[in-house]
Design a protein around this ligand. Structure first.
Ligand code: CIZ
Ligand code: SF4
Length: 365
């Protein structure tokens, strides 16, 4: 009979330092059989063990290109799902803590999106007139919904091009779950504000009148990121008055006013590259997750660049932080023992439809 997996309880009391040496030893024992992926928002004591780092899309693409048997994804649930969908069938994707979700992704679910589609159907034929666009920060069944209804996935790097792709096919877009990314991207392609309506999923007909639905070009799901909503116009104003020469860069999950006041708006990769390519001795105010901001502040210090976090309070992504050294050590030691814990496997039909929506995106950019 096969022995059971090692229980997590044995790792819970371990100090971070003790975990570090156990992670290093387990990695050495696994060699090329396991690859550890680390998202930009991961805490430093986990990020340091990653073989590959990047944003969710880059990591998922890389996952499928590796020959590793095990892909240990230090990120959140939807990212591990995308890695599973895009990797080879024999590769096993592992999320070290199953509680590492994304509160924004959870703001949309299949039942609510299907209800929205039905309700819109009372006003117009959605399959003829609306492209469903889901941000990569969403569950696999929502990506599958998009795959099935002529829709597509987008990321914070390509949302503008994905909207252009969508409007070349159908006259309207239903964008979920992040209203802010949808609004900013719509603004970037010149959609007037009064043609972007918020779809309140708790209200009948999204809280809109049939007339408003007919007029809308983009229906914006009423979702947001709890971390990026912390950044406020006042933070930008305070910085500008103290450092008039300073530059402001924000993630498009920030609210519209913050994005509008920023010098640059873009994804995590864009933020890193923009600061990397800037002149030495420049000062930056950055509106995105704290672990990433702290990391780039250290990285660019030798070039005399000062990188500051946009909010005065600490705001980390608490779900990203669920992946701690204890969970990483636990998953890796089980793999050394031949046991897979916390596998993420998207069921066949759902994975196939979600892959359709992801592939449409990958063909655009
Ligand atoms: O897609 C990602 O990795 C996230 C969550 C943010 C970004 O802009 O890269
Ligand atoms: Fe989700 Fe926001 Fe955390 Fe990104 S920072 S994983 S959008 S809750």
């Amino acid at each position: 009979m096969q022995a059971a997996a090692i229980a997590f309880d044995r790792f819970k009391p371990l100090q971070d330092d003790a975990c570090k040496s156990r992670i290093v030893a387990a990695k050495a024992a696994l060699g090329k059989r396991a690859v550890i992926l680390g998202h930009h928002y991961q805490r430093a004591d986990v990020y340091q063990h990653a073989d590959l780092t990047g944003d969710s899309l880059k990591l998922s693409k890389l996952a499928g290109q590796t020959a590793a048997d095990y892909i240990v994804f230090c990120g959140v649930h939807f990212m591990a799902e995308v890695a599973d969908i895009l990797s080879k069938p024999e590769q096993v994707v592992i999320l070290p803590d199953m509680n590492a979700g994304c509160s924004m992704a959870d703001m949309a679910n299949l039942a609510k999106v299907e209800r929205a589609w039905r309700e819109i159907g009372e006003v117009l034929d959605p399959d003829q007139t609306i492209t469903p666009v889901t941000y990569i920060n969403s569950a696999a069944d929502l990506k599958a919904f998009c795959g099935e209804h002529g829709g597509i996935v987008c990321t914070s790097s390509n949302a503008k091009q994905i909207l252009e792709w969508s409007f070349a096919r159908r006259e309207k877009v239903l964008f979920f779950p992040d209203q802010h990314l949808g609004r900013w991207s719509g603004y970037m392609i010149g959609i007037p504000p009064d043609e972007m309506m918020v779809w309140d999923f708790d209200e009948p007909l999204g809280g809109l009148t049939p007339e408003e639905i007919r007029k809308a070009r983009i229906l914006l799901w009423k979702g947001h990121c709890s971390v990026h909503q912390m950044f406020q116009v006042q933070h930008v104003l305070n910085f500008r008055s103290r450092y008039p020469e300073g530059m402001v860069i924000a993630h498009p999950e920030c609210n519209f006013e913050v994005c509008k006041m920023s010098d640059y708006v873009g994804s995590t990769d864009f933020i890193i590259n923009t600061i990397a390519e800037s002149k030495p001795n420049t000062r930056w105010l950055v509106g995105t997750e704290l672990n990433l901001v702290n990391r780039i502040a250290e990285q660019f210090k030798p070039q005399g660049k000062i990188v500051q976090f946009m909010a005065p309070t600490v705001c980390m992504c608490s779900t990203m932080a669920r992946i701690d050294p204890q969970h990483l050590a636990w998953t890796l030691e089980n793999l050394v023992d031949g046991k897979v814990v916390n596998r993420i496997k998207v069921p066949g039909r759902e994975a196939e439809l979600a892959r359709t929506a992801l592939k449409r995106m990958l063909e655009v950019v």
